[in-house]
Design a binder for this molecule. Structure first.
Ligand code: ARG
Length: 659
């Protein structure tokens, strides 16, 4: 049941009469769940802007609206308050009917599927195979996975595609490193550790030479800036107020430029210094002065079909994929397709030819570029040396997806830093003629450490995913142990059981920590917060679920019998009505998720539901009551547990019968 959309539906005819069609969605969006129960269950605030528009006092208009909008069968009270708020209290009978419907619906809890199902491709996870996977990839992975689950549950046709980075410069880097300074024994013993070591080394050497090359010019620029600043400071504006103001502004902006230039120099110098103080690294750096070009050459040779590079690539891929698959297995993530960049390689020249034929791409400084409107820089689709780019592959991918699936929507769950790339890509795709598809960059912020900087290990490397998962499980084990030790009748689990529960709790906590955050902001990673038993964590929700099951166990309740012989729900305490309303908002929460592709809205909902349940649990004895009230309360328990189980499963998180 979706009360909110039902109310909106009821308001639509009256609002359409008063407002222009283009204003209707905005007005409907002003009908919302009430912030405070004293204002009823739902609130319609559309009379205020509408009153202004039609030139009528909003309160009058609100009164007129409640006369015309048919709400009688839905509500037990409709009131106009303040300047023209319409407060709606849903009738108890409607709530009870909704609950009865939900409890009888084994799989869907009364939630309908979309009346216009869409075909939606979700491009997510997409790590770069030759680089160590990092914490940002967990974000893409769990957000994408959860969106696919929710959209599918709502009846959409979802196609998930892991657009692996398996063909880019990072392979040139490990090819070069492997050929020039790998240790064959170490590679044989642990190929992935050796490859990521090689990757880091090559990255470091390239950064070193880059920094050495950039430093002199950076210093010259700083000198110039400082000279200019001295000149500005020495300038006497005299009586000229405008000049004085301008000077002040210029000095301020120059000072901040100088600060950032000093930071740049500092970071370049640091890169140089770390290399030059490390004898082995410095020797390597001297022996490989043109490493950056050589890496590009290795990449180009791979792309040109060089046999050695192709064979090495296959070998690296095999190891890299095993590593990635291990993480997916632990996170329980699956894809319909894994079509990495290499899959599109053969199609790139055709794509570029097509862009030229359609006169979309033209040459600029030797490179082939598309110039979409409203972008500062063009999209380069072929470099002057003939190499194709990340963007070219993304265009080929769109073409392929269109011919293979013809989707209504394509979602890209990728770090916000690629925002410009995607905006340009979507514009170029539309120019290209793919105008009937909705493209969305489902962007997310950075995972930060508690030092306020991007989450790194102490040595400054990105945090590997496996140690992260291990640590999450360790922390969970501590919580599980504490819970079990504290049980009134003594511990229930042996060491093995605790460990397997902790695995589940740990991975869930990690996923939920990500999913419960507003995806567009950065969030601070904290192992401690993640498994808190009282906070907005998966652990708390799983604990809530296990508690409900505890009630059933203790009361030896036959759940199937309970469901099949459901009685009318009873509201004897205010909290029962509150819990009823919360339970019936599940569908609203799911609609909110797909409205802007935000799983955190489902997480928040489940958190609030659990909180409401615990209040109910405290105030309303269940097993100690009798007759129909006992039955009704057990039904509340069952529905809460099933909503939690379903909701968590849509976040990619499981439940435990006992904790
Ligand atoms: N491999 C890229 C990265 O790790 C993400 C790819 C996202 N998907 C896409 N179609 N561009 O940054």
């Amino acid at each position: 049941m979706n009360l909110l959309s039902e109310i909106k539906h009821r308001f639509t005819p009256a609002l359409s009469e008063l407002a222009k069609p283009q204003d209707l969605p905005g007005l409907l969006a002003m009908i919302r769940p009430a912030q405070d129960a004293k204002f009823g269950d739902y609130q319609a605030n559309c009379a205020m802007p509408l009153g202004k528009r039609v030139g009528q006092p909003p309160r009058d208009l609100a009164n007129q609206l409640i006369e015309t909008v048919a709400l009688n069968d839905l509500s037990q009270k409709v009131e106009v308050a303040g300047p023209g708020f319409i407060n709606i209290t849903i009738s108890d009978d409607v709530l009870k009917r909704g609950l009865t419907e939900a409890i009888a619906d084994r799989d869907r809890l009364g939630i309908k599927t979309a009346s216009l199902p869409k075909k939606i491709i979700i491009d997510f996870s997409s790590p770069n195979v030759a680089k160590p996977m990092h914490v940002g990839h967990i974000r893409s992975t769990v957000i994408g996975d959860s969106l696919s689950r929710v959209l599918r549950f709502l009846g959409h046709q979802v196609i998930t595609d892991n657009h692996l980075g398996d063909w880019g410069t990072q392979f040139g880097m490990i090819l070069y490193g492997y050929k020039n300074f790998s240790d064959p024994q170490a590679y044989a013993a642990n190929p992935i550790a050796e490859l990521s070591g090689i990757y880091r080394k090559v990255r470091h050497l390239i950064d070193y030479h880059n920094s050495v090359a950039k430093l002199p010019a950076a210093k010259i620029l700083l000198d110039k800036q400082e000279q200019r600043l001295a000149e500005f400071i020495a300038t006497e504006p005299g009586e000229d107020k405008a000049l004085a103001k301008k000077l002040k502004k210029d000095i301020k902006s120059l000072k901040s430029k100088i600060v950032s230039q000093k930071e740049t120099i500092q970071s370049l110098s640091q890169t140089v210094e770390t290399t030059e103080t490390d004898r082995v690294l410095y020797e390597l750096a001297k022996r490989h002065p043109d490493i950056a070009q050589k890496v590009l050459l290795e990449t180009a040779q791979l792309h040109a079909g060089d046999i050695t590079n192709k064979e090495l690539w296959s070998d690296f891929m095999e190891h890299g994929m095993q590593e990635i698959q291990r993480v997916y297995d632990r996170l329980d993530i699956k894809f319909d397709h894994v079509l990495g960049e290499s899959f599109y390689h053969e199609q790139l020249s055709t794509v570029v030819d097509e862009l030229v034929t359609k006169e979309m791409a033209r040459e600029s400084e030797g490179a082939l570029c598309v110039f979409p409107e409203n972008h500062n820089a063009p999209m380069i689709v072929r470099k002057s040396d003939g190499a194709f780019l990340y963007a070219t592959t993304d265009l080929a991918t769109i073409k392929y997806r269109m011919s293979e699936w013809n989707p209504d929507v394509i979602l890209y769950v990728v770090d916000f830093r690629q925002g410009e790339h995607f905006e340009k890509l979507f514009d170029v795709a539309r120019l290209w003629g793919y105008t009937d598809t909705e493209y969305q960059h489902v962007k997310f912020g950075t995972v930060m450490g508690d030092d306020g900087k991007p989450f790194k290990t102490r040595s400054g490397d990105t945090v590997g995913l496996e140690p992260l998962l291990d640590e999450a499980e360790n922390r969970a084990l501590a919580v599980v142990t504490q819970l079990d030790d504290g049980k009134p009748g003594g511990p229930e689990f042996d060491a093995e059981q605790r460990k397997s529960i902790a695995q589940m709790v740990g991975i869930s906590a990690l996923k939920y920590a990500d999913l419960s955050q507003n995806r567009t902001s950065d969030y601070t990673f904290s192992y401690d917060k993640m498994v808190e038993l009282k906070g907005n964590t998966a652990t708390y929700l799983q604990y809530g679920y296990a508690r409900v099951n505890g009630i059933f166990r203790k009361g030896e309740v036959d759940i199937d019998h309970l469901r099949e012989h459901a009685v009318a729900f009873e509201f004897t305490e205010e909290i029962e009505r509150e819990l009823a309303l919360k339970l019936l908002r599940f569908e609203e929460a799911l609609q909110d998720v797909v409205g802007d592709y935000r799983p955190n809205l489902l997480a928040n909902y489940l958190f609030e539901l659990t909180q409401t349940f615990f209040v109910f649990f405290e105030k309303c004895p269940v097993l100690k009551t009798e007759g129909s009230l006992r039955q009704s309360r057990l039904q509340f328990c069952d529905l809460t547990a099933r909503t939690l189980e379903k909701g968590l499963s849509l976040l990619g998180i499981g439940v435990l019968q006992k904790m």
